[in-house]
Ligand binder design. Structure first.
Ligand code: FES
Length: 76
């Protein structure tokens, strides 16, 4: 069992910009995809955008029920 602790990462998101949230945990650029899923034959990124500039807390534990946003599941 891993001792690694997960916590959301706060990011400033820009209106209408396309983002790719890492779903597989292999990215070195969390919480965003860096293409590492290809080498690991893992799940691809989740593309998303926002309708206004905003600060958001993006999930890094990949257990959220509301991807890409943290829903507190990392505490369970
Ligand atoms: S980091 Fe909070 S639900 Fe994943």
């Amino acid at each position: 069992m891993s001792d690694k602790k997960y916590a959301p990462i706060a990011v400033e998101l820009e209106k209408d910009k396309r983002y790719a949230w890492c779903t597989c945990s292999h990215s070195s650029n969390q919480p965003f995809c860096d293409g590492s899923h290809r080498a690991h034959n893992a799940t691809p990124s989740l593309g998303f955008s926002v309708e206004e500039d905003k600060k958001a807390y993006l999930c890094t534990c990949k257990q959220t029920s509301n991807p890409p946003y943290c829903d507190g599941s990392h505490n369970q």
